[in-house]
Write a protein that binds this ligand. Structure first.
Ligand code: PLP
Length: 430
């Protein structure tokens, strides 16, 4: 495979963009080699600047749940463009999408649109603080909530991939209000709460974390958090930027049957455009400006083109129950194939899977939290990643990410992926 154009683009990019990329993990530092510059995408495939094609298992880190360049979303965007790209004033589409989100996501009675997942989580914490009159919040180790200062403490995703889960530039003053807990451990939460009685505004977590690789909640864990938060008057926030509209129409909260007080959303909600949202109980959301005193705003929030893409996506998901059955079947087939090749070569690597998300960890430990996720052999992952890329399968360039499947994956493509997987496994372990 020849990637000369990607190589020269990356060389030039490094002169003008920090590290040559606009988001760190794209630089391939954790897996080695030159990042691939993408020119276009269609269905289950992306095409690079040198004309190579790859089967996609990231789907823009989650949003493209129906595959790339879906005709329905393309049409909605083009139609909206004809009327102008931004007004900075309310539109009917914003009302329509807000109503639809409240119908789809169990915890959301009112919702505010923003431009990214980062904005959604930053705003949700501010609102929870305003609502409770308390300053501190609990965050789980290895969970990623975007790059807001108070979340860059034991952060997952790119932060661990780059080896700096705590970022310089976050002041001690900010960091002291972020209390850290291990995921899947209710006792640790009880201890934190008793040491900070009456001072904790919120507990935020990815209900099914995907930013330290995919990890599943232990039976009773989410229910336990719900009970503790009710008892202590703590606002329970599910960050469903990844899992929202993916694990079910109503996200992980629908799939696992636990309803938080607030929810943050992103990725799928924008159909591939830069959109995020936060919402929750009416009495909490009434604290948001201009209804209430907690300030939050955005020049491009509710942008008409982004809303058109998001609305087309959500309407499709809301009216097609088959999509989730299809995604579960696709995930099931792929993971079954991966497991059978592990068995064939007597490798007991760990694989975590739910619906259309999965992660293969190069360790035989069960992965239940950040500590166990860090046991994975990232050097072997890097070799596996490169071997898959050479065979035309594009994975997330980090061990500490979930993969995201789309409905564009046919049985034939799944077979191709599994063949590449088996060969890559042998090569990586070589
Ligand atoms: N929260 C979660 C769970 C995420 O996975 C991400 C991004 O991957 C974010 C928040 C931040 O979203 P964005 O990258 O749109 O700012």
């Amino acid at each position: 495979m020849q990637i000369n154009k990607s190589k020269s683009l990356f060389e030039k990019a490094q002169d003008f963009i920090p590290g040559g990329v606009n988001s760190p993990v794209r630089a391939f530092r954790a897996v080695g080699g030159n990042p691939i510059f993408i020119e276009r995408a269609e269905g289950a495939h992306i095409y690079d600047a040198d004309g190579n094609s790859y089967i996609e298992l990231i789907n823009s880190w989650g949003p493209m749940i129906l595959g790339h360049n879906h005709p329905m979303i393309k049409e909605a965007v083009i139609k909206a463009m004809e009327n102008g790209t931004s007004f900075g004033a309310p539109t009917a589409r914003e009302v329509e999408i807000a109503e639809l989100i409240t119908k789809m996501v169990p915890s959301v009675e009112k919702v505010r649109m923003v431009n990214s997942g980062t904005e959604a989580t930053m705003s949700a914490i501010r609102v929870a603080r305003g609502y409770t009159g308390r300053d501190k919040f609990i965050k789980m180790e290895g969970h990623y909530h975007g790059h807001g200062d108070s979340f860059l403490i034991a952060a997952g995703s790119g932060a661990i991939t780059m080896g700096n889960p705590d970022s310089p530039g976050v002041t001690k003053g900010t960091a002291k209000d972020t209390l850290l807990a291990p995921y899947n451990d209710l006792e640790a939460i009880e201890q934190l709460i008793s040491a900070n009685k009456g001072e904790i505004a919120a507990l935020i977590l990815e209900p099914v974390p995907g930013n330290m690789g995919l990890v599943l909640p232990k039976a009773g864990y989410l229910e336990g958090l719900r009970k503790i938060c009710d008892r202590e008057g703590i606002v329970l926030i599910f960050d469903e930027v990844m899992t929202g509209f993916r694990l079910a129409k109503g996200g992980a909260q629908e799939r696992f049957g636990v309803v938080p007080d607030m929810t943050t959303l992103g990725k799928i909600i924008g159909g591939g455009m830069p959109v995020g949202a936060y919402g929750g109980k009416k009495e909490i959301m009434e604290f948001v400006s201009p209804a209430g005193p907690v300030y939050q705003a955005g020049t491009l929030s509710g942008n008409p083109i982004a809303m058109a893409a998001g609305l087309a996506m959500l309407k499709h998901l809301d009216s097609n129950d088959e999509v989730y059955k299809e995604l579960d079947a696709i995930g099931g087939k792929l993971v079954k194939g991966i497991k059978s090749s592990l068995l064939k070569y007597q490798l007991d690597f760990s694989i975590n899977h739910v619906g259309s998300m999965y992660s293969l960890f190069f360790t035989n430990q069960e992965i239940v939290d950040f500590e166990t996720a860090k046991q994975s052999d990232t050097a072997v992952f890097g070799k596996y990643f490169q071997a898959m890329l050479q065979r035309g399968v594009y994975l997330a360039p980090s061990q500490f990410e979930s993969l995201f499947l789309s409905t564009a994956l046919t049985d034939h493509l799944i077979e191709q992926i599994l063949t590449a997987h088996e060969e890559s496994l042998i090569q990586a372990l070589g």
